[in-house]
Design a protein around this ligand. Structure first.
Ligand SMILES: Cc1cc2nc3c(=O)[nH]c(=O)nc-3n(C[C@H](O)[C@H](O)[C@H](O)COP(=O)(O)O)c2cc1C
Length: 450
Protein backbone atom coordinates (compact mmCIF):
# COMPACT_ATOMS: atom_id res chain seq x y z
CA UNK A 1 0.00 0.00 0.00
CA UNK A 2 0.96 3.60 -0.51
CA UNK A 3 3.14 5.26 2.06
CA UNK A 4 0.74 7.45 4.09
CA UNK A 5 3.44 10.11 4.11
CA UNK A 6 3.06 10.54 0.35
CA UNK A 7 0.88 13.31 -0.93
CA UNK A 8 -1.84 12.52 -3.46
CA UNK A 9 -1.46 14.40 -6.74
CA UNK A 10 -4.40 14.80 -9.10
CA UNK A 11 -4.20 16.55 -12.47
CA UNK A 12 -7.32 18.69 -12.97
CA UNK A 13 -8.14 18.29 -16.66
CA UNK A 14 -10.69 19.73 -19.05
CA UNK A 15 -11.59 18.19 -22.40
CA UNK A 16 -12.22 21.69 -23.67
CA UNK A 17 -10.66 24.61 -25.47
CA UNK A 18 -9.18 26.17 -22.31
CA UNK A 19 -8.44 25.19 -18.73
CA UNK A 20 -10.96 26.25 -16.06
CA UNK A 21 -9.72 29.75 -16.88
CA UNK A 22 -11.23 30.85 -20.20
CA UNK A 23 -8.25 33.03 -21.11
CA UNK A 24 -5.97 29.97 -21.03
CA UNK A 25 -6.38 29.49 -24.78
CA UNK A 26 -4.80 32.94 -25.35
CA UNK A 27 -1.62 31.95 -23.52
CA UNK A 28 1.34 32.01 -25.95
CA UNK A 29 2.25 28.38 -25.10
CA UNK A 30 -1.28 26.94 -25.14
CA UNK A 31 -1.92 24.17 -27.67
CA UNK A 32 -5.12 24.53 -29.67
CA UNK A 33 -5.44 20.96 -30.96
CA UNK A 34 -7.80 20.13 -28.10
CA UNK A 35 -10.03 17.91 -30.20
CA UNK A 36 -7.12 15.62 -31.09
CA UNK A 37 -6.22 12.39 -29.30
CA UNK A 38 -2.53 13.31 -29.50
CA UNK A 39 -3.13 16.31 -27.23
CA UNK A 40 -4.62 14.13 -24.48
CA UNK A 41 -2.02 11.41 -25.00
CA UNK A 42 0.66 14.00 -24.38
CA UNK A 43 -1.06 15.31 -21.24
CA UNK A 44 -1.54 11.79 -19.88
CA UNK A 45 2.07 10.85 -20.54
CA UNK A 46 3.25 14.05 -18.86
CA UNK A 47 1.25 13.30 -15.71
CA UNK A 48 2.47 9.70 -15.71
CA UNK A 49 6.06 10.90 -16.08
CA UNK A 50 5.39 12.94 -12.94
CA UNK A 51 3.95 9.84 -11.17
CA UNK A 52 0.61 11.57 -10.56
CA UNK A 53 -2.02 9.40 -8.89
CA UNK A 54 -4.53 10.34 -11.54
CA UNK A 55 -5.71 12.82 -14.09
CA UNK A 56 -9.37 13.63 -13.99
CA UNK A 57 -11.69 15.48 -16.36
CA UNK A 58 -14.35 17.84 -15.14
CA UNK A 59 -17.61 18.17 -17.04
CA UNK A 60 -20.56 20.41 -17.68
CA UNK A 61 -23.42 19.47 -19.97
CA UNK A 62 -23.85 22.91 -21.48
CA UNK A 63 -21.88 25.83 -22.81
CA UNK A 64 -21.68 28.78 -20.41
CA UNK A 65 -24.25 30.79 -22.37
CA UNK A 66 -26.56 31.79 -19.54
CA UNK A 67 -25.16 35.33 -19.58
CA UNK A 68 -27.59 37.22 -21.81
CA UNK A 69 -29.02 33.88 -22.96
CA UNK A 70 -26.73 34.02 -25.98
CA UNK A 71 -23.91 31.70 -26.96
CA UNK A 72 -22.22 34.20 -29.28
CA UNK A 73 -20.20 35.80 -26.51
CA UNK A 74 -19.23 32.31 -25.32
CA UNK A 75 -17.78 31.09 -28.59
CA UNK A 76 -16.30 34.44 -29.59
CA UNK A 77 -14.36 34.68 -26.34
CA UNK A 78 -13.63 30.96 -26.13
CA UNK A 79 -15.28 30.62 -22.71
CA UNK A 80 -15.25 26.83 -22.21
CA UNK A 81 -17.24 26.54 -25.42
CA UNK A 82 -15.73 23.23 -26.60
CA UNK A 83 -16.57 20.37 -24.26
CA UNK A 84 -15.88 16.78 -25.29
CA UNK A 85 -17.26 13.68 -23.60
CA UNK A 86 -14.74 13.03 -20.82
CA UNK A 87 -14.90 9.23 -20.74
CA UNK A 88 -14.21 8.90 -24.44
CA UNK A 89 -11.22 11.19 -24.05
CA UNK A 90 -10.05 9.17 -21.04
CA UNK A 91 -10.05 6.05 -23.13
CA UNK A 92 -7.55 7.64 -25.52
CA UNK A 93 -5.47 8.73 -22.54
CA UNK A 94 -5.67 5.29 -20.96
CA UNK A 95 -4.34 3.61 -24.08
CA UNK A 96 -1.20 5.72 -24.04
CA UNK A 97 -0.44 5.33 -20.33
CA UNK A 98 0.03 2.32 -18.06
CA UNK A 99 -0.20 3.45 -14.45
CA UNK A 100 -1.90 6.84 -14.36
CA UNK A 101 -5.34 6.77 -12.73
CA UNK A 102 -8.15 7.94 -15.04
CA UNK A 103 -11.05 9.94 -13.64
CA UNK A 104 -14.03 11.58 -15.29
CA UNK A 105 -17.05 13.52 -14.18
CA UNK A 106 -20.56 12.24 -14.93
CA UNK A 107 -23.77 13.77 -13.65
CA UNK A 108 -26.35 11.98 -11.49
CA UNK A 109 -29.03 14.43 -12.58
CA UNK A 110 -29.08 13.62 -16.30
CA UNK A 111 -27.91 10.06 -16.85
CA UNK A 112 -29.41 6.74 -15.84
CA UNK A 113 -27.61 4.87 -13.05
CA UNK A 114 -27.39 1.63 -15.05
CA UNK A 115 -25.65 3.50 -17.86
CA UNK A 116 -23.15 5.26 -15.60
CA UNK A 117 -22.41 2.06 -13.68
CA UNK A 118 -21.69 0.30 -16.96
CA UNK A 119 -19.54 3.08 -18.47
CA UNK A 120 -17.22 3.27 -15.46
CA UNK A 121 -17.10 -0.47 -14.80
CA UNK A 122 -16.10 -0.95 -18.43
CA UNK A 123 -13.44 1.74 -18.09
CA UNK A 124 -12.07 -0.03 -15.00
CA UNK A 125 -11.70 -3.23 -17.02
CA UNK A 126 -10.22 -1.49 -20.04
CA UNK A 127 -7.68 0.37 -17.92
CA UNK A 128 -6.86 -2.65 -15.73
CA UNK A 129 -8.01 -0.99 -12.54
CA UNK A 130 -7.34 2.70 -13.03
CA UNK A 131 -10.85 4.18 -13.31
CA UNK A 132 -12.53 6.79 -11.14
CA UNK A 133 -15.86 8.56 -11.37
CA UNK A 134 -16.31 12.14 -10.14
CA UNK A 135 -19.95 12.25 -9.05
CA UNK A 136 -21.62 15.60 -9.60
CA UNK A 137 -25.23 16.66 -9.36
CA UNK A 138 -24.78 19.43 -11.99
CA UNK A 139 -25.31 23.10 -11.59
CA UNK A 140 -27.46 25.12 -13.98
CA UNK A 141 -30.61 25.29 -16.10
CA UNK A 142 -28.79 25.19 -19.41
CA UNK A 143 -27.65 21.65 -18.67
CA UNK A 144 -31.28 20.78 -17.88
CA UNK A 145 -32.39 22.29 -21.19
CA UNK A 146 -29.89 20.21 -23.11
CA UNK A 147 -31.04 17.08 -21.35
CA UNK A 148 -34.79 17.39 -21.74
CA UNK A 149 -35.83 19.37 -18.66
CA UNK A 150 -36.91 23.00 -18.33
CA UNK A 151 -34.76 23.70 -15.30
CA UNK A 152 -32.27 22.05 -12.97
CA UNK A 153 -33.82 20.24 -10.00
CA UNK A 154 -33.46 22.14 -6.69
CA UNK A 155 -30.08 21.77 -4.94
CA UNK A 156 -31.11 19.38 -2.13
CA UNK A 157 -33.44 17.39 -4.41
CA UNK A 158 -30.43 16.84 -6.68
CA UNK A 159 -28.63 15.26 -3.73
CA UNK A 160 -31.66 13.13 -2.72
CA UNK A 161 -31.74 11.73 -6.23
CA UNK A 162 -27.98 11.32 -6.19
CA UNK A 163 -28.12 9.20 -3.01
CA UNK A 164 -30.54 6.78 -4.62
CA UNK A 165 -28.53 6.91 -7.85
CA UNK A 166 -25.47 5.74 -5.90
CA UNK A 167 -27.41 2.88 -4.31
CA UNK A 168 -28.38 1.66 -7.76
CA UNK A 169 -24.86 2.08 -9.17
CA UNK A 170 -23.19 0.29 -6.25
CA UNK A 171 -25.89 -2.37 -6.32
CA UNK A 172 -25.10 -3.08 -9.97
CA UNK A 173 -21.36 -2.97 -9.37
CA UNK A 174 -21.89 -5.67 -6.73
CA UNK A 175 -23.91 -7.94 -9.02
CA UNK A 176 -21.11 -10.27 -10.00
CA UNK A 177 -19.13 -12.01 -7.29
CA UNK A 178 -15.47 -11.89 -8.19
CA UNK A 179 -15.17 -15.61 -8.87
CA UNK A 180 -18.50 -15.92 -10.73
CA UNK A 181 -16.94 -16.65 -14.11
CA UNK A 182 -15.82 -20.24 -14.67
CA UNK A 183 -15.62 -20.41 -18.49
CA UNK A 184 -15.16 -24.16 -18.18
CA UNK A 185 -15.32 -25.98 -21.49
CA UNK A 186 -15.31 -29.36 -19.75
CA UNK A 187 -18.43 -28.66 -17.65
CA UNK A 188 -19.96 -26.42 -20.30
CA UNK A 189 -20.66 -23.79 -17.68
CA UNK A 190 -19.70 -20.17 -18.31
CA UNK A 191 -20.61 -18.63 -14.94
CA UNK A 192 -22.18 -19.67 -11.64
CA UNK A 193 -25.80 -18.51 -11.70
CA UNK A 194 -25.79 -18.26 -7.90
CA UNK A 195 -22.94 -15.76 -8.02
CA UNK A 196 -24.56 -13.24 -10.35
CA UNK A 197 -27.26 -11.26 -8.55
CA UNK A 198 -30.15 -9.25 -9.91
CA UNK A 199 -30.69 -5.86 -8.27
CA UNK A 200 -34.49 -5.40 -8.67
CA UNK A 201 -34.30 -1.83 -7.43
CA UNK A 202 -37.60 0.03 -7.14
CA UNK A 203 -37.17 3.38 -5.44
CA UNK A 204 -38.51 6.90 -5.22
CA UNK A 205 -36.58 8.19 -8.24
CA UNK A 206 -35.25 5.10 -10.02
CA UNK A 207 -36.22 1.61 -11.05
CA UNK A 208 -33.53 -0.69 -12.35
CA UNK A 209 -33.80 -4.43 -12.61
CA UNK A 210 -30.50 -5.94 -13.72
CA UNK A 211 -28.70 -8.24 -13.77
CA UNK A 212 -25.80 -5.97 -14.55
CA UNK A 213 -23.84 -6.92 -17.63
CA UNK A 214 -20.30 -6.08 -16.52
CA UNK A 215 -18.44 -8.57 -14.28
CA UNK A 216 -16.76 -7.33 -11.09
CA UNK A 217 -13.91 -5.03 -12.00
CA UNK A 218 -10.19 -5.08 -11.09
CA UNK A 219 -10.73 -2.44 -8.38
CA UNK A 220 -13.88 -4.08 -7.01
CA UNK A 221 -15.48 -0.97 -8.36
CA UNK A 222 -14.10 2.30 -9.74
CA UNK A 223 -12.91 4.87 -7.20
CA UNK A 224 -15.68 7.33 -6.32
CA UNK A 225 -14.68 11.01 -6.32
CA UNK A 226 -16.87 13.75 -4.88
CA UNK A 227 -16.59 17.48 -4.31
CA UNK A 228 -19.67 18.61 -2.41
CA UNK A 229 -19.04 21.71 -0.32
CA UNK A 230 -22.52 22.47 1.07
CA UNK A 231 -23.93 20.74 4.18
CA UNK A 232 -25.82 18.32 2.00
CA UNK A 233 -22.81 17.92 -0.28
CA UNK A 234 -20.52 17.01 2.63
CA UNK A 235 -23.03 14.43 3.95
CA UNK A 236 -23.15 12.90 0.50
CA UNK A 237 -19.36 12.90 0.17
CA UNK A 238 -18.98 11.34 3.64
CA UNK A 239 -21.32 8.53 2.67
CA UNK A 240 -20.00 7.75 -0.80
CA UNK A 241 -16.72 9.47 -1.61
CA UNK A 242 -13.32 7.76 -1.62
CA UNK A 243 -11.39 10.75 -2.94
CA UNK A 244 -12.78 14.17 -2.07
CA UNK A 245 -12.00 17.47 -3.73
CA UNK A 246 -12.09 20.69 -1.80
CA UNK A 247 -11.51 24.25 -2.74
CA UNK A 248 -9.99 26.04 0.24
CA UNK A 249 -7.85 29.09 -0.49
CA UNK A 250 -6.67 29.59 3.13
CA UNK A 251 -4.67 27.18 5.28
CA UNK A 252 -6.82 27.79 8.36
CA UNK A 253 -10.03 27.18 6.40
CA UNK A 254 -8.58 24.04 4.82
CA UNK A 255 -7.58 22.63 8.23
CA UNK A 256 -11.04 23.27 9.65
CA UNK A 257 -12.75 21.68 6.65
CA UNK A 258 -10.37 18.75 6.63
CA UNK A 259 -11.10 18.00 10.28
CA UNK A 260 -14.85 18.48 9.87
CA UNK A 261 -14.97 16.26 6.79
CA UNK A 262 -12.92 13.47 8.34
CA UNK A 263 -15.29 13.62 11.31
CA UNK A 264 -18.32 13.47 9.01
CA UNK A 265 -16.79 10.37 7.38
CA UNK A 266 -16.31 8.70 10.79
CA UNK A 267 -19.85 9.71 11.80
CA UNK A 268 -21.09 7.99 8.64
CA UNK A 269 -19.51 4.78 9.95
CA UNK A 270 -16.52 4.75 7.63
CA UNK A 271 -12.76 4.79 8.21
CA UNK A 272 -11.52 8.37 7.56
CA UNK A 273 -8.09 7.03 6.53
CA UNK A 274 -9.75 5.26 3.63
CA UNK A 275 -10.95 8.56 2.18
CA UNK A 276 -8.41 11.00 0.73
CA UNK A 277 -8.97 14.74 0.58
CA UNK A 278 -7.25 16.79 -2.12
CA UNK A 279 -7.34 20.57 -2.20
CA UNK A 280 -7.69 22.54 -5.44
CA UNK A 281 -4.45 24.43 -6.13
CA UNK A 282 -3.34 26.67 -8.98
CA UNK A 283 0.46 26.65 -9.11
CA UNK A 284 2.40 29.16 -11.17
CA UNK A 285 5.86 27.67 -11.38
CA UNK A 286 9.12 29.21 -12.51
CA UNK A 287 12.73 28.15 -12.13
CA UNK A 288 12.96 31.00 -9.61
CA UNK A 289 10.46 33.08 -7.65
CA UNK A 290 11.16 36.08 -9.92
CA UNK A 291 10.43 34.07 -13.05
CA UNK A 292 7.19 32.74 -11.53
CA UNK A 293 6.08 36.25 -10.56
CA UNK A 294 6.70 37.45 -14.12
CA UNK A 295 4.63 34.56 -15.44
CA UNK A 296 1.79 35.40 -13.14
CA UNK A 297 1.85 39.09 -14.09
CA UNK A 298 1.77 38.19 -17.79
CA UNK A 299 -1.09 35.77 -17.19
CA UNK A 300 -3.17 38.40 -15.40
CA UNK A 301 -3.19 40.40 -18.64
CA UNK A 302 -5.13 37.68 -20.49
CA UNK A 303 -8.71 37.59 -19.06
CA UNK A 304 -11.60 39.89 -20.01
CA UNK A 305 -14.45 41.05 -17.77
CA UNK A 306 -16.90 39.07 -19.91
CA UNK A 307 -15.09 35.85 -18.89
CA UNK A 308 -15.89 36.54 -15.23
CA UNK A 309 -19.49 37.56 -15.86
CA UNK A 310 -20.20 34.62 -18.09
CA UNK A 311 -18.78 32.06 -15.67
CA UNK A 312 -20.45 33.70 -12.69
CA UNK A 313 -23.77 33.43 -14.54
CA UNK A 314 -23.32 29.77 -15.39
CA UNK A 315 -21.92 28.86 -11.95
CA UNK A 316 -24.63 30.63 -10.00
CA UNK A 317 -27.43 29.86 -12.48
CA UNK A 318 -28.22 33.56 -12.61
CA UNK A 319 -28.06 35.98 -15.55
CA UNK A 320 -25.75 38.86 -14.60
CA UNK A 321 -26.14 40.58 -17.98
CA UNK A 322 -29.21 42.59 -16.93
CA UNK A 323 -27.53 44.03 -13.85
CA UNK A 324 -25.46 47.16 -13.50
CA UNK A 325 -21.92 46.53 -12.27
CA UNK A 326 -22.08 48.84 -9.26
CA UNK A 327 -25.74 48.72 -8.14
CA UNK A 328 -26.45 46.49 -5.14
CA UNK A 329 -28.33 43.32 -6.10
CA UNK A 330 -31.77 42.84 -4.53
CA UNK A 331 -32.66 40.17 -1.94
CA UNK A 332 -34.58 38.32 -4.66
CA UNK A 333 -31.55 38.37 -6.96
CA UNK A 334 -29.39 36.83 -4.26
CA UNK A 335 -32.00 34.16 -3.51
CA UNK A 336 -32.31 33.30 -7.17
CA UNK A 337 -28.66 32.21 -7.34
CA UNK A 338 -29.35 28.49 -7.14
CA UNK A 339 -26.11 27.12 -8.63
CA UNK A 340 -22.90 26.56 -6.67
CA UNK A 341 -23.83 27.91 -3.23
CA UNK A 342 -20.20 28.20 -2.15
CA UNK A 343 -19.54 31.04 -4.60
CA UNK A 344 -22.50 33.08 -3.40
CA UNK A 345 -21.79 32.46 0.28
CA UNK A 346 -18.15 33.42 -0.11
CA UNK A 347 -19.10 36.80 -1.63
CA UNK A 348 -21.64 37.52 1.13
CA UNK A 349 -19.12 36.55 3.78
CA UNK A 350 -16.07 38.40 2.45
CA UNK A 351 -17.93 41.64 1.64
CA UNK A 352 -20.08 41.46 4.78
CA UNK A 353 -22.97 42.71 2.58
CA UNK A 354 -26.42 41.14 2.20
CA UNK A 355 -26.73 42.89 -1.15
CA UNK A 356 -23.38 42.88 -2.93
CA UNK A 357 -22.87 44.42 -6.36
CA UNK A 358 -21.93 42.51 -9.50
CA UNK A 359 -18.45 43.98 -9.17
CA UNK A 360 -18.22 42.44 -5.68
CA UNK A 361 -19.00 39.06 -7.23
CA UNK A 362 -16.30 39.57 -9.87
CA UNK A 363 -13.66 40.76 -7.41
CA UNK A 364 -14.29 38.34 -4.56
CA UNK A 365 -15.01 35.14 -6.46
CA UNK A 366 -12.12 35.51 -8.91
CA UNK A 367 -14.21 33.30 -11.19
CA UNK A 368 -12.89 33.44 -14.74
CA UNK A 369 -9.43 34.42 -13.49
CA UNK A 370 -6.36 33.04 -11.86
CA UNK A 371 -7.56 33.42 -8.27
CA UNK A 372 -5.41 32.45 -5.26
CA UNK A 373 -2.48 30.96 -7.20
CA UNK A 374 0.55 29.56 -5.42
CA UNK A 375 3.46 31.33 -7.10
CA UNK A 376 7.10 30.36 -6.84
CA UNK A 377 10.08 28.29 -7.78
CA UNK A 378 10.37 24.59 -6.89
CA UNK A 379 11.41 25.28 -3.29
CA UNK A 380 8.58 27.72 -2.52
CA UNK A 381 6.02 25.42 -4.13
CA UNK A 382 7.29 22.38 -2.24
CA UNK A 383 7.27 24.42 0.99
CA UNK A 384 3.62 25.21 0.38
CA UNK A 385 2.66 21.60 -0.28
CA UNK A 386 4.67 20.36 2.67
CA UNK A 387 3.10 22.85 5.05
CA UNK A 388 -0.45 21.98 4.00
CA UNK A 389 0.15 18.24 3.90
CA UNK A 390 2.03 17.87 7.18
CA UNK A 391 -0.28 20.41 8.83
CA UNK A 392 -3.27 18.14 8.10
CA UNK A 393 -5.00 20.60 5.82
CA UNK A 394 -5.34 17.90 3.14
CA UNK A 395 -3.99 14.54 1.95
CA UNK A 396 -2.99 15.94 -1.40
CA UNK A 397 -3.70 18.42 -4.15
CA UNK A 398 -5.81 18.81 -7.26
CA UNK A 399 -3.37 20.59 -9.53
CA UNK A 400 -5.12 23.00 -11.87
CA UNK A 401 -3.42 24.41 -14.94
CA UNK A 402 -3.02 27.99 -16.05
CA UNK A 403 -2.56 26.72 -19.61
CA UNK A 404 -2.22 23.35 -21.30
CA UNK A 405 -0.07 21.42 -21.49
CA UNK A 406 2.78 23.71 -20.36
CA UNK A 407 1.59 24.19 -16.78
CA UNK A 408 1.76 20.42 -16.16
CA UNK A 409 5.13 20.13 -17.88
CA UNK A 410 6.54 22.84 -15.59
CA UNK A 411 5.05 21.18 -12.54
CA UNK A 412 6.40 17.75 -13.42
CA UNK A 413 9.85 19.03 -14.39
CA UNK A 414 10.35 21.48 -11.54
CA UNK A 415 8.13 20.72 -8.54
CA UNK A 416 7.79 16.93 -8.54
CA UNK A 417 11.58 16.33 -8.19
CA UNK A 418 11.68 18.68 -5.18
CA UNK A 419 8.77 16.82 -3.54
CA UNK A 420 10.52 13.51 -4.24
CA UNK A 421 13.77 14.82 -2.78
CA UNK A 422 11.92 15.64 0.45
CA UNK A 423 10.37 12.16 0.59
CA UNK A 424 6.91 13.63 0.23
CA UNK A 425 6.09 11.94 -3.05
CA UNK A 426 6.72 8.60 -4.74
CA UNK A 427 9.71 8.09 -7.03
CA UNK A 428 7.96 5.22 -8.81
CA UNK A 429 4.50 3.73 -8.88
CA UNK A 430 4.40 0.77 -6.49
CA UNK A 431 1.22 -0.83 -7.82
CA UNK A 432 -0.86 -0.87 -10.95
CA UNK A 433 -4.31 0.23 -9.77
CA UNK A 434 -5.54 3.64 -8.75
CA UNK A 435 -6.67 2.24 -5.39
CA UNK A 436 -3.11 1.12 -4.79
CA UNK A 437 -1.68 4.54 -5.65
CA UNK A 438 -4.15 6.20 -3.27
CA UNK A 439 -3.67 3.65 -0.51
CA UNK A 440 -7.34 2.69 -0.31
CA UNK A 441 -8.59 -0.87 0.01
CA UNK A 442 -10.55 -2.97 -2.43
CA UNK A 443 -14.19 -2.67 -1.41
CA UNK A 444 -15.97 -5.79 -0.19
CA UNK A 445 -19.27 -6.53 -1.92
CA UNK A 446 -22.04 -4.78 -0.03
CA UNK A 447 -19.71 -2.79 2.23
CA UNK A 448 -21.48 0.42 1.16
CA UNK A 449 -24.73 -0.80 2.78
CA UNK A 450 -24.22 0.48 6.28
C1 LIG B 1 -11.87 20.33 -7.83
C2 LIG B 1 -13.35 20.42 -8.11
C3 LIG B 1 -13.84 19.92 -9.31
C4 LIG B 1 -15.20 20.00 -9.63
N1 LIG B 1 -15.64 19.53 -10.83
C5 LIG B 1 -16.94 19.67 -11.18
C6 LIG B 1 -17.38 19.26 -12.46
O1 LIG B 1 -16.63 18.74 -13.27
N2 LIG B 1 -18.68 19.44 -12.79
C7 LIG B 1 -19.60 19.99 -11.93
O2 LIG B 1 -20.77 20.11 -12.30
N3 LIG B 1 -19.20 20.39 -10.70
C8 LIG B 1 -17.89 20.24 -10.32
N4 LIG B 1 -17.48 20.68 -9.09
C9 LIG B 1 -18.48 21.26 -8.19
C10 LIG B 1 -18.91 20.25 -7.14
O3 LIG B 1 -19.42 19.08 -7.72
C11 LIG B 1 -20.00 20.86 -6.24
O4 LIG B 1 -21.18 21.06 -6.97
C12 LIG B 1 -19.54 22.16 -5.69
O5 LIG B 1 -18.36 21.95 -4.97
C13 LIG B 1 -20.61 22.81 -4.83
O6 LIG B 1 -20.97 22.00 -3.76
P1 LIG B 1 -22.49 21.71 -3.46
O7 LIG B 1 -23.01 20.97 -4.67
O8 LIG B 1 -22.47 20.84 -2.21
O9 LIG B 1 -23.17 23.03 -3.28
C14 LIG B 1 -16.11 20.61 -8.73
C15 LIG B 1 -15.62 21.11 -7.51
C16 LIG B 1 -14.26 21.03 -7.18
C17 LIG B 1 -13.78 21.59 -5.88
Amino acid sequence: MTNPKHIVLVGFLQAQNCTTIPAAWRHPDARHDVTSASFYRHVGQTLERGKFDLGFFDDRLAMPDLYGGDHRHTVENGIRCVKLDPVTVLTAMGMSTERLGLGATYSTSYYEPFHVARVFATLDHMSEGRAAWNVVTSVNDNEAKNMGLAEAPAHDVRYDRADEFMEVVHGHWDSWEKDAIEANRATGRYADGEKVHRLDHEGKFYNSRGPFTVPRTPQGHPVVIQAGQSGRGVDFAARWGELLFMSNPSLAGAKANYLATKKAIADAGRDPNQVKIANLTFPVVGRTMAEAEDKRAAYDELPNLIDDLSLLSEGLNFDFSVKDLDTPLSDTDVQEMTGIQGIRNQVLEVTGKDNPTVRDFVNVSGRGRLAHPVVGGPVELADHFEEWFTGEACDGFVIAATHMPGAFEDFVDLVVPELQKRGLFRNEYQGTTLRHHLGIDLPERGSWRR
